[in-house]
Design a protein around this ligand. Structure first.
Ligand code: AN7
Length: 317
């Protein structure tokens, strides 16, 4: 089951490089078929589920996993069912899951509760769980590490990633280890959803970066091992810092990434790094038009005359 995932651009980030003194690169995972890195793992997980004769694929999600699972389920011709925290997933992701014909269940609860419930669900039914606790997801997602090394010609010194359920950082580390390289992994969580930084689960996680609004990551131990073994770190960034990085990426680098992805850049800006740094921009900015519009400048209204158009388009504002 493939939609042509992977092979995403790695682009230099001159404005960020100037600001940080590092050589910064951006891995544009939003260029995957459904607009996030989840597709790398979903192609493998859904293919394996088909091989094993699953009647449906299910997941709990903060949005991107749901969009990806729904697309690959549609492709495979099986039922997709996703459970998401009600009112807490970005509009684009919801539209995707629905358009791909998945059943979308809005849980009156958070992601952590949704994950617990689907774990019980798969125990009781012949269906495949495609959350990142599924090992096939990690096998697919580790290919990001291979690609970055191939694109740079060697491993970067530092890899900056946002951390939610901690599957992605686990996968990147596995990929680097299989390539026999060991860049430092710098993981960033949102301040209101930073269990790995605090060292304890967060019961009511909150952040503008809805994709990483997760209080009890499933791959907790493996993620901590990745940070320790790579001599890296896991730290927190505030919503304000995330949104500043979000705007900076859009305005200065020409790259529109969703808020959770901007957390990787916010962390780099806040805590710094040394050498050649790759920031993984995990999801496309188009996923979350609501946050974008609440953040950006308003549109300029204009009557249809050349004088007015000239003033509106080229004037001092
Ligand atoms: C854009 O979709 O957990 O640490 O259910 O969508 O592997 O969880 C999404 C996570 C980073 C964090 N950036 O990755 C889900 C979900 C974006 C994301 C993460 C997610 P993990």
């Amino acid at each position: 089951m493939t939609l042509g995932e992977g092979g995403t651009p790695l682009v230099p980030a001159p404005a960020l490089s100037e600001r940080t003194g590092c050589e910064v690169w951006l891995k544009l995972e939003g260029a995957n078929p459904t607009g996030s890195f989840k597709d790398r793992g979903m192609t493998v997980a859904v293919s394996a589920a088909m091989r094993d004769g699953a009647e449906a694929v299910v997941c709990a999600s903060t949005g991107n996993t749901a969009a990806s699972a729904a697309a690959y389920a549609a492709r495979a011709g099986v039922r997709g069912a996703v459970i998401v925290p009600e009112g807490k997933i970005a509009t684009g992701k919801l539209a995707q899951a629905l358009m791909h014909g998945a059943r979308v269940v809005a849980l009156r609860g958070n992601f952590d509760q949704a994950l617990e419930l689907v774990l019980q669900l798969v125990d009781r039914n012949p269906i495949a769980l495609v959350n990142s606790i599924n090992p096939f997801r990690i096998e697919g997602q580790k290919t990001g590490a291979f690609e970055v090394c191939d694109q740079l010609g060697e491993a970067p010194d530092v890899l900056c990633v946002p951390v939610g359920n901690a599957g992605n950082v686990t996968a990147w580390w596995k990929g680097f280890r299989e390539y026999d390289v060991a860049p430092r992994l710098h993981g960033y969580q949102a301040e209101g959803a930073a269990p790995l930084v605090r060292g304890a689960p967060v019961e009511n996680p909150e952040t503008v970066a809805s994709a990483i609004r997760i209080g009890n990551p499933a791959r907790w131990e493996e993620a901590m091992d990745a940070f320790t073994s790579s001599r890296g770190e896991v730290r927190a960034v505030s919503d304000e810092e995330i949104l500043d990085a979000y705007s900076f990426l859009g305005e200065r680098e020409g790259v529109f990434a969703e808020p959770a992805s901007a957390a990787a850049v916010a962390g780099l800006l806040k805590y710094g790094a040394e050498g050649r740094v790759v920031c993984v921009l995990t999801g496309h900015g188009l996923k979350d038009p609501t946050t974008a519009l609440s953040r950006a400048a308003p549109v300029m209204p204009c009557e249809p005359s050349i004088e007015q158009v000239e003033r509106a388009m080229l004037g001092d504002g």
